[in-house]
Design a protein around this ligand. Sequence first.
Ligand SMILES: [Zn+2]
Length: 331
Amino acid sequence: MGGMTRREWVLSAAATAAAFGLTGRMAVSAPVQPPERRQQTPEPKPGIHRYKVGAAECIALYDGVWEKVHDPAFFQNASVEETKQALAAAGLRSDFVPIPIVALVVKINGKLVLCDAGGGGQVQAFNPNSVFVSGKLFANLRAAEIDPAKIETILISHFHPDHIFGLLGRKTNKPVFPNAEIIVPAAEYKWWTDPSLIGRLPKARQPLARRIQSVIPKWKNVLPVDGEDEVVPGIRFVKAPGHTAGHTVFHLTSGKDQLLISNDTAYVPALVAEHPGWHGAYDQDAAMAEQTRRKLLEWTVGSDMMICGTHFPWPGVGRISRDGAGYAFNL
Ligand SMILES: [Zn+2]
């Protein structure tokens, strides 16, 4: 039904109704919604990609994709046409915004660490025509022969659904990783767990804050960390505010090799690495997000680090180089 127009679908619904003995009048007068669009992006098989950074073993794990319908409000200062052009220039599909979700497991200095937890199959798209698939992380963990119960440490960059819902049981809110220590940025924890927050948030964001406040502070295995400490031997937190109040990136060092686990700093690099000045609707403080993005991308280029990002094109790891007034990401 993918290529059907709305009118064709209404007609075929009427025909189906007739076949089941319903009257045409009933079928046509009922409110008719166009069918949800099917996923267009082929799923990577396998959804696992292994690479080394010095002695550290990194395993990128595919969690799903959000095929976001174009929306003039996505960027304050870039049009849908400019967005499409930037996607096409990077060789990506431009009939929607492809936003993959990729989590990362790191084996470093004898520790097994998960960086962000994906959407847990619980992330809803705001527009019914968007396709939003997540929740493939667990199957890919198993396919990579990683026992989720053996994950000792989980690092969380920020509290958006596509990064933390994988921690929470669907409908039950039960901890999915009860044995792991979950290290979160203190600024992010403080912002989301402030009881006065809910009244200050737009209605659409309130359920997320309620869910966080009713669950996360009760877990004994959540450790908020302030500053830029080494949270696991070989990985330190680096503050990267703007996308959210406490958004944080993870800087991995092994020998002379480095990886910047950049999370949502340059979420879709074809858009906001190439155009660091584009101010996105999902950045809580867009001006601060731009400042952070420029600083971290410049640091990545200057120190010849590898970089990965949650929403980078699969398998989500490569290098950044300067490109005109912006930065290019190359797999
Ligand atoms: Zn994200």
